[in-house]
Design a protein around this ligand. Structure first.
Ligand SMILES: C[S@@+](CC[C@H](N)C(=O)[O-])C[C@H]1O[C@@H](n2cnc3c(N)ncnc32)[C@H](O)[C@@H]1O
Length: 292
């Protein structure tokens, strides 16, 4: 809930601290800006110009919720949870530390809620620019606060206040991540690799992930974030029926590029069940500089 993460949130306009009113229906910053908590339980924290993006629409979020609920991406969620547990072990975080874990582009909260289940007492901030995502984030776990914000703007999070940031198939803002991370904190990034969903690409007419995507991500972040170790590749085979394939494509940007009728026709030509490869990298990044 929002009140459980209030000490970490900041005014998106000027970065000052926020406090809640009596019933936490509004947040007020030290500088006097007022933000309403939506009845669904999330807070929109956008600067003067509002949000420039709307993020995933309702059909994409619904497809994502359906696809993930079948456990097809379970090895990815296990990898994210294990990596964050490893980070906390590596930095010797005490058991009663109640670390703050932020997921950016958090979607339905699938990854964040699993991580919170595996780290006792941790608090989660689920950030997404989509209000449809935020509705699900607000109820995904009792220790999550849901925030609608744009990753390309100043994040509504205080400096050096976050122990771990997870970014799974979502946009990254290295400068802002470095600013909000505690000195020993890390960003855990999951990026799809060339060959992800390979068996579906040609029959459905969707572009493959370009080679070298991971290297480019690391190079783009280099001014602010540096890898802690080599990235880990997670690869597994999913057995997907046509309905699951439709929800997989429906939750991805490909859904925007192919007319739904054409996509349905192409999916109908596939076998009833197919083996489809999932392939992604998990990368741990830490701050380059100590001062932000
Ligand atoms: C491919 S989905 C991944 C969702 C989630 N991490 C998962 O893997 O299930 C990308 C998410 O990033 C969000 N997103 C896109 N642009 C964004 C932005 N500028 N700021 C914050 N979130 C954004 C979308 O709304 C969407 O929920």
């Amino acid at each position: 809930m929002i009140k459980d993460i209030i000490d970490v949130l900041a005014d998106p306009i000027d970065g000052t601290a926020l406090t809640g009113n009596d019933d936490f229906t509004q947040l007020i910053s030290e500088s006097g800006h007022v933000y309403d908590v939506a009845p669904a339980g999330y807070i929109t924290l956008a600067g003067d110009n509002g949000l420039r993006y709307s993020g995933d629409d309702l059909s994409m979020i619904t497809a994502r919720e359906t696809f993930l609920s079948h456990g097809h991406f379970a090895p990815f969620v296990e990898a994210v949870s294990t990596t964050i547990e490893d980070l906390f072990d590596d930095i010797g975080l005490p058991d009663d530390a109640q670390p703050v874990i932020t997921e950016v582009g958090a979607g339905t909260g699938y990854y964040l809620s699993h991580v919170l289940d595996s780290v006792a007492g941790a608090r989660g901030i689920g950030i997404d620019v989509s209000t449809h995502a935020a509705e699900l984030l607000a109820v995904c776990h009792p220790r999550v606060g849901a925030v609608v914000a744009d990753v390309w703007s100043r994040l509504p999070i205080r400096d050096a206040s976050v122990d771990a940031i997870a970014v799974v198939f979502a946009p990254r803002n290295a400068a802002e991540f470095a600013r909000i991370l505690k000195p020993q904190g890390e960003v855990i990034v999951v990026t799809p690799n060339h060959g992800h969903l390979a068996e579906l690409r040609r029959p459905l007419g969707i572009a493959d992930i370009e080679e070298g995507k991971l290297d480019r991500m690391i190079a783009q972040a280099a001014e602010h974030l540096v890898p802690v170790a080599d990235s880990t590749t997670i690869e597994f085979v999913m057995n997907l029926d046509q309905q699951s394939i439709a929800t997989q494509i429906g939750m991805s940007p490909s859904a925007r590029h192919i007319h739904p009728d054409i996509l349905a026709e192409r999916i109908a030509t596939l076998p009833d069940t197919m083996q489809v490869t999932a392939r992604a990298s998990v990368t741990r990044l830490r701050r380059v500089h100590q001062d932000y």
